[in-house]
Design a protein around this ligand. Structure first.
Ligand SMILES: Nc1ncnc2c1ncn2[C@@H]1O[C@H](COP(=O)(O)OP(=O)(O)OP(=O)(O)O)[C@@H](O)[C@H]1O
Ligand SMILES: [Mg+2]
Length: 246
């Protein structure tokens, strides 16, 4: 193994190949919408999808940031399951954008190798279309985070990032953006201000209400539109949903 394989810096990852993952099956149980599409958890993600669809006057928030107050609350798993349930609708194509440049995990949950992605696009080394990869899930594509840059927040807050989201939005029905925890770094707030809506994932019994409220306030103070909270109960075989505004 080359000595830089495990590092996020250095020469980075190989270029993305758009179709190389088309036949890679999704094996992780957390991706319930694929693993157990008839099950209760998948059904709850469809309910989440329906709520999101019905919230905006034009029928949908097309660009959605998924974040949480603190790490490990279930953002990436929620982003992926939401994308799958959106793409179950006829004619819908969803892109999952991994904008967690600190600890990216979209590729990991899908069993895919790390490749160049958002970081290289923002650095002008890759076109958007070169960074978009098909998956084995019908209607779901991804753009990985790419090689970890020195200054993720600066890149994510740039006009170039706005242009990337707008371009992706034009070519997909939905863009679901996975981010780092909002209380740790400003990335989620920056991205939230560029997206149509923000979904705040809350792990039941682990995150203090105070932190959730503070995160909510911070996201909105920076111009974000918090659509609601999605409750994850890691101890239960199902996922709760509290979709009341605020
Ligand atoms: N709906 C769920 N029900 C039960 N467990 C879940 C659910 N969603 C996520 N988990 C578990 O919680 C853990 C964290 O999930 P995930 O990686 O999605 O969190 P995250 O918020 O993206 O973390 P990070 O802040 O590190 O990016 C994983 O072990 C995952 O299996
Ligand atoms: Mg994550």
């Amino acid at each position: 193994m080359a000595k830089n394989d495990k590092k996020h810096n250095g020469p980075g990852f190989p270029p993305a190949v758009p179709d190389e993952s088309l036949n890679v099956p999704v094996l992780r149980e957390e991706i319930a919408t694929v693993f157990d599409p008839q099950g209760q958890i998948a059904e709850q993600f469809r309910a989440l999808r329906n709520s999101i669809q019905s919230m905006n006057a034009d029928g949908a928030s097309h660009t959605l940031v998924v974040t949480s107050a603190v790490p490990g609350e279930g953002k990436t798993v929620t982003a992926l399951n939401l994308a799958v349930s959106l793409s179950e609708l006829p004619g819908v194509h969803t892109l999952v954008l991994d904008a967690d440049m600190h600890e990216p995990s979209v590729e990991k949950y899908l069993g895919l190798p790390r490749r160049q992605g958002l970081a290289e696009v923002l650095a002008g080394q890759l076109t958007i279309d070169q960074a978009v990869r098909a998956t084995s899930i019908e209607g779901v594509s991804i753009m990985g985070a790419g090689t970890r840059p020195q200054n993720p927040s600066e890149l994510l807050g740039s006009d170039r990032m706005k242009a990337v989201i707008n371009h992706l939005r034009q070519n997909h029905s939905y863009v679901v953006i996975d981010t780092p925890a909002a209380l740790n770094v400003s990335d989620a707030s920056l991205l939230g201000s560029m997206a149509d809506g923000i979904l705040l994932v809350v792990k039941l019994g682990s995150t203090a209400r105070y932190h959730v409220q503070r995160t909510h306030n911070t996201l909105e103070a920076l111009g974000g539109n918090v659509l609601g909270t999605f409750l994850v109960d890691a101890n239960m075989p199902n996922i709760g949903k509290d979709y009341s505004r605020g």
